[in-house]
Design a protein around this ligand. Structure first.
Ligand SMILES: [Zn+2]
Length: 146
């Protein structure tokens, strides 16, 4: 149920203007909700098309993919965005190694963490394949490498 933001009148479905006060309602019906973790619009379409494979490789090949991207696509803001995210994931993976020092609890936590990070990599890989640039789930909130 939608209401006019101007006068509060209850709106019929699909209305483009309010039947009561005539206010335009079109901005309300934009199909894409604003997503603060989505940075796709910051990058040029040409950049995304040309460097998508490097960005995807950064996730799938881990540090090897990062090095390839740094060598081949350093000028691409799109590829470097994904390189930074892949590096964050790699750092988390290495930090999990430290968990192994803690007997039993750490031995359980580290593999669980690696599985989660692997899923994060896959999610980002497929988002990148669609030409998107989104913050990584979980690790995206980590402040370093911004
Ligand atoms: Zn109205």
């Amino acid at each position: 149920m939608a209401f006019c933001p101007n006068c509060g009148f209850q709106l019929p479905e699909g209305a483009e203007t309010c039947p009561n006060c005539g206010a335009s309602l079109l901005p309300l019906q934009q199909p894409y909700a604003y997503d603060p973790s989505d940075h796709t619009a910051d990058f040029e379409t040409q950049d995304i098309q040309n460097n998508k494979l490097y960005a995807m490789g950064s996730y799938l090949l881990g540090l090897v993919g990062v090095v390839i991207s740094l060598l081949a696509a350093k000028e691409s803001p799109f590829a470097m965005f994904h390189v930074r995210q892949s590096l964050k994931i790699s750092m988390c993976e290495m930090l999990l190694l430290l968990c192994l020092i803690v007997p039993i609890l750490g031995w359980i936590a580290a593999p669980v963490g690696w599985i989660i990070l692997f899923v994060v990599r896959l999610i980002l890989f497929f988002q990148t394949a669609k030409g998107q640039a989104k913050d990584a789930p979980i690790v995206g909130n980590i402040g370093f490498l911004k």
